[in-house]
Design a protein around this ligand. Structure first.
Ligand SMILES: [Zn+2]
Length: 316
């Protein structure tokens, strides 16, 4: 088993962005160009979306109670106004420790960019973080919580090391995708290298069906790994040998962030997806006696030399 340090539970204070971020891109499902502006926000705002193309759009907080759909992507909404495909941007906020921001968007979905969180991570890092005056709260799991659907499951248990740890396995009936697993101890600045660049993927055989249903209109080899029965269609190949499972970890991070606080716990997931991830978040919120919110003063973050991390990543 190999561990990667990805997500930083060592932060004491809440953060926002130092500067505003602006970008444009194609929506995966609508195929339209969408413009996004991300603005710094004050303490305890959380991550809030607002639709600039909808007159008097409500503020839609990225929180479990506002999730309105989990098929193909995670969608939040309020009073009939929705924003879809928030998970990769949410994973970037979560992985880099951005607690507060306002996302202004002029369309119904976050642009897919290259299908990973890579652009979001670069833009957040270029902006930099601004530390705020309030303490960051961590949600520390005290007792296991599990959700399952036939052989698919996600379970979160207490972490002995006070870390956020993910152990994820997938098993598709496809020659490229049978049994991949990924274990990560999420800490420090390697989030971007470990899972942040892993792209979403889809099967060629599903593409036609999605398009018939009016979905994936913007989908192309520029924003997804596309797999036929015999090959990967993207000329450049994979970014990691196990890019598929790493992308599932990225999705899980985005989805779990909707619990409303960085989580200290150990997640074991098998063949999970947005729906089951969301059910886990709902289940966590349903059982407040199984976790507590704490101002977390962690032990010193262990620095792992970069060359060792790269060795570890190569060995996965
Ligand atoms: Zn995804």
């Amino acid at each position: 088993m190999a561990y990667l340090l990805l997500y930083n539970p060592g932060m004491k204070m809440q953060n926002t962005l130092r500067n505003k971020i602006e970008f444009s891109g194609i929506g995966l499902h609508t195929g339209h160009e969408i413009n996004v502006k991300i603005l710094p926000a004050k303490e305890d705002t959380g991550i809030v979306f607002i639709r600039k193309d909808v007159p008097s759009s409500p503020f839609i907080k990225a929180a479990a109670e506002n999730v309105v759909a989990t098929n193909y992507a995670t969608t939040i909404g309020k009073r009939g106004v929705a924003v879809s495909t928030i998970e990769h941007l949410m994973a970037a906020f979560y992985g880099l420790g951005v607690d507060n921001a306002v996302v202004e968007i002029d369309g119904p979905e976050v642009p897919i960019m290259d299908g990973s969180a890579s652009h979001f991570i670069d833009m957040i890092e270029t902006s930099g973080l601004k530390q705020l005056e309030s303490l960051k709260k961590y949600l520390v799991i005290k007792e296991p919580i599990k959700v399952a659907d036939r052989d698919k499951y996600v379970i979160i248990s207490p972490s002995e090391d006070n870390e956020f740890i993910v152990d994820y396995s997938i098993d598709f009936a496809h020659p490229f995708l049978t049994k991949q697993s990924f274990s990560g101890l999420f800490s420090g600045d390697v989030f971007r290298d470990g899972v942040g660049r892993a792209r979403t993927f889809g099967f060629l055989r599903d593409l036609e069906m999605l398009r018939k249903n009016g979905l994936a209109k913007g989908g192309s080899l520029d924003n997804a790994i596309v797999i036929s029965d015999t090959e990967i269609l993207n000329e450049e190949g994979l970014r990691y040998p196990d890019e598929f499972v790493r992308h599932k970890v990225l999705d899980l991070m985005g989805d779990i962030s909707l619990v409303g606080a960085p989580v200290i716990g150990q997640i074991k997931a098998h063949r999970s997806g947005h729906e089951l991830n969301h059910r886990l978040v709902q289940e966590i919120l349903k059982w407040p006696d199984r976790w507590e919110l704490v101002d977390y003063t962690p032990k010193d973050t262990v620095e792992i030399p970069r060359h060792r991390l790269i060795e570890k990543m190569a060995s996965i």
